[in-house]
Design a protein around this ligand. Structure first.
Ligand SMILES: *Cc1c(COP(=O)(O)O)cnc(C)c1O
Length: 370
């Protein structure tokens, strides 16, 4: 048995809704299920509008375009995130400003944001990384003080809350991904959410070739084709129906790891109860006590034992293609990145599988540390 780190959790309705879509002969982006999925998603996060996209990266790109971000503008991003966050900024021609994270939540540091602000700063992209909400009070306070827009990258934090509100509802726009390893999936897919009617309209136009919604084949912008299809939306509807169940199951898996690994002297669990936040479980993640265990050897050995794990993202600052946006050092991102590991968080595995995984994790750790 190979324990895959993540896999989509499918039940009856994914197939049912997709087959209905095929039977009805609606398979492209022009369809009822796309707007149905958007409306239900908006209701779930409690925003006025939700606009679906073909993936999460393009949701971020559209958000920045809708805010008119362009060459010579600056956009602040965290050092520890998936590359799509910074790439979306680069697509617009704007300059990403990489800032360090906080040790407590692995998310962008509000103090470092403040230091990175210049007259050219047009937006901040806090990333709720590994399911953990950022310090939204401080970030929104800084943003409003300087009149800067906030675009939340919620790709890894569907359903997470801050102050009792879902992430994605603090900034002017929230962006989600439905890639296959995210909390709910459409295979590939994404969503922008907002309460701002004008922004919602602009995103809808830009994702649909920049075409004027009232005058077909008349283009007001150089647009894109970033649309979600009816097949993806049908799948998404089935997933969204059970998001609460999915989150509960994921949380239970995380709890099991924490209960079984925290008495060991090798592992530090991700913070679970930071003030005001309700994190969700994306991939169950721990830091290794670095002097005791070599992370990369640990991953390799676990893989040999048929347990797939993953290292944390590399700090953006360490990659050559982003080197020119580096300003200073990023000691916290460096440290977290080096010692972080995510364990199987796969709803298709059984309780027995998780017992097996945890016992192997413990024995490999002991073996390597000896
Ligand atoms: C997955 C992810 C994205 C990109 O989403 P895609 O749907 O794969 O394009 C963006 N940001 C973060 C933090 C992610 O984890």
């Amino acid at each position: 048995m190979f324990y895959q780190i993540a896999a989509p959790y499918l039940t009856k309705n994914e197939k049912k809704y997709i087959l209905e879509a095929i039977d009805n002969n609606w398979i492209s982006s022009k369809s009822e299920n796309v707007s149905r999925f958007e409306n239900k998603f908006a209701r779930y996060v409690k925003t006025k509008y939700a606009i679906s996209t073909d993936n999460g990266t393009n949701a971020l790109h559209l958000a920045l375009l809708a805010l008119n971000i362009k060459e010579n503008d600056e956009v602040i991003v965290p050092c520890l995130t998936f590359a799509a966050t910074i790439n979306a900024v680069l697509y617009t021609g704007a300059i990403p400003i990489i800032v360090d994270i906080k040790k407590e939540n692995w998310c962008i540091s509000p103090e470092k944001i403040r230091k990175a602000i210049s007259p050219k700063t047009k937006a901040i992209i806090p990333v709720h990384v590994y399911g953990q909400p950022c310090d939204m009070d401080s970030i929104m306070e800084i943003a409003s003080e300087y009149g800067i827009n906030v675009v939340e990258d919620c790709a890894e934090a569907q359903g997470a809350e801050y102050n009792g509100k879902k992430v994605g509802t603090f900034g002017i726009i929230g962006c989600f991904s439905f890639y296959v390893n995210k909390v709910i999936t459409t295979g590939e897919g994404g969503m922008c959410v907002t309460d701002d009617k004008k922004i919602a309209e602009k995103i809808s136009i830009l994702k649909n070739h920049g075409m004027n919604p009232k005058k077909k084949y008349w283009h007001d912008y150089i647009g894109y084709n970033y649309r979600m299809t009816n097949l993806q939306a049908s799948f998404g509807l089935a997933q969204l129906e059970k998001i609460d169940e999915i989150l509960k199951k994921r949380k239970k898996i995380e709890k099991f790891y924490i209960e079984n690994l925290s008495d060991s002297s090798f592992f530090i669990p991700q913070s679970q109860n930071i003030e005001k936040t309700k994190k969700i479980t994306w991939l169950v993640s721990f830091l290794l006590k670095p002097k005791k265990l070599n992370r990369d050897k640990f991953i390799k050995k676990l893989y040999e034992m048929k347990i797939e794990t993953r290292p944390f993202f590399y700090p953006l600052s360490r990659m050559n293609i982003y080197r020119k946006f580096v300003d200073g050092v990023y000691p916290i991102a460096d440290n977290i990145s080096k010692s972080g590991i995510s364990f199987p968080t796969n709803l298709n595995l059984t309780q027995l599988d998780y017992r097996d995984i945890v016992s192997k994790i413990k024995s490999v750790a002991k073996y390597l540390a000896a």
